[in-house]
Ligand binder design. Structure first.
Ligand SMILES: Cc1cc2nc3c(=O)[nH]c(=O)nc-3n(C[C@H](O)[C@H](O)[C@H](O)COP(=O)(O)O)c2cc1C
Length: 362
């Protein structure tokens, strides 16, 4: 029976354990989205994770709408990420880059133009901008020329990620961002090859995976979905058949791993998800399944032991516990996290969470 501390192979990446660090936006890269020494220290502190999935990273200026989040579209960003990947590797870890296009939730103050989405819709709630929160603006429906350009941006970002020393990439297909805006029917109102029937709505994700896999090799590619939660106005009226088709597509493309933000019970944020969708994906997909969201260790161990999943990724506990894997192995107490410093910038609440002392770890 596999357990959390057993090794795992994800395509070309060999991992020593099955406790991953989930992607976590921390907004420390400055206005130009260039990673720095502080970020290198933060990630290196967490190198004992089986795999670090980086914070969401913009593939282009027009696709990045989070203040101070990093990018991967220019040489300065590649050089900045080299600091991070070298520090993680020197500390014995492995790291993949999460590739991000935010679609309709990019405010023009950050993206520099009207946002794009599958359809002309407006996201609910408010955008974070450098001048505080502002209402979202209506997106423009992407034309075929826009889609072709965005696919090129994905491919360039993937190549840049490998040039920056990442071990692979993860396409961000979750949480109401662009890939998700094509997948799920509350946001995709198109009636062309990219909308309507399920086979059309999954086409954009397919093209992105083909572009990224073509650029760096599919053995270095994973993708994240959030099949059973409402995210930024994006949800689906019938998720089981949609994600069963997604699973078949992933099998056909030989995508080696997927990560599902799939709460199994009401989340800490109070959202009540529908039932997990991964049991409907598993029969069609032979790759690795990583589960995420509000898992406690008993649940996570059980789902790995019974074959529903191969690994678990942990978000908030990794923010507050750089040595989370050791704490788990030794049943040590966990530091509480401070949500006020999640996106606040600087070292506080970022690189100053204590690791266990040698005595505590003994
Ligand atoms: C501060 C913060 C930043 C996040 N940033 C990202 C992100 O960049 N990309 C992403 O896919 N999910 C992001 N998430 C979601 C987490 O990856 C994860 O799904 C969520 O925290 C639930 O897992 P947990 O219960 O282990 O924390 C973020 C969550 C938090 C709390």
């Amino acid at each position: 029976m596999p357990g959390l501390f057993n090794p795992l192979q994800l395509g070309s990446i060999e991992l020593p354990n099955r406790i991953f660090m989930a992607p976590l936006t921390r907004a420390r890269a400055g206005r130009e989205g260039v990673p720095n020494e502080l970020m290198a220290r933060y990630y290196a502190q967490r190198a004992s994770a089986g795999l670090i999935i980086s914070e969401a990273t913009g593939i282009s200026r027009e696709g990045l709408g989070w203040p101070d989040a990093p990018g991967l579209w220019n040489d300065a960003q590649v050089d900045g990420w080299k600091l991070v990947t070298e520090a993680v590797h020197a500390a014995g870890g492995r790291i993949v880059a999460q590739l991000w296009h935010m679609g309709r939730v990019v405010h023009p103050d950050l993206g520099g133009r009207q946002p794009l989405s599958s359809s002309a819709t407006t996201a609910p709630d408010f955008a974070h901008t450098y001048e505080g929160k502002k209402p979202y603006v209506e997106a423009r429906a992407a034309t075929q020329a826009d889609i072709d350009r965005i696919l090129d941006d994905y491919a360039r970002a993937a190549r840049n990620a490998i040039a920056a020393g990442f071990d692979g990439v993860q396409v961000h297909g979750a949480n109401g961002y662009l890939v998700d805006q094509f997948l799920r029917d509350s946001a995709n109102l198109r009636d062309d090859d990219y909308g309507g029937a399920i086979e059309n709505r999954i086409r954009f994700a397919r093209r992105v995976l083909e572009a990224v896999g073509g650029a760096v090799g599919m053995d270095k590619v994973g993708i994240r979905f959030s099949p059973n939660i409402y995210s930024q106005g994006v949800e689906d009226s019938d998720p089981i058949p949609l994600y069963a088709e997604v699973a078949k597509m992933l099998e056909e493309l030989e995508v080696p791993w997927i990560e599902l933000r799939e709460p199994a019970k009401p989340t800490a944020a109070g959202a009540i998800p529908t039932a997990p969708v991964s049991p409907a994906m598993r029969p069609h997909y032979s790759g690795r399944i990583i589960i995420n969201s509000d898992y406690d260790w008993t649940d996570a161990r059980a789902r790995i032991a019974d074959g529903h999943a191969d690994a678990v990724s942990i978000g908030r506990l990794f923010i507050a516990n750089p040595d989370l894997v050791k704490r788990l192995a030794t049943n040590a107490p966990l530091n509480p996290g401070d949500p006020h410093t999640f996106y606040s910038g600087g070292a506080e609440g970022y690189t100053d969470y204590p690791a266990l002392t040698e005595q505590e770890a003994a």
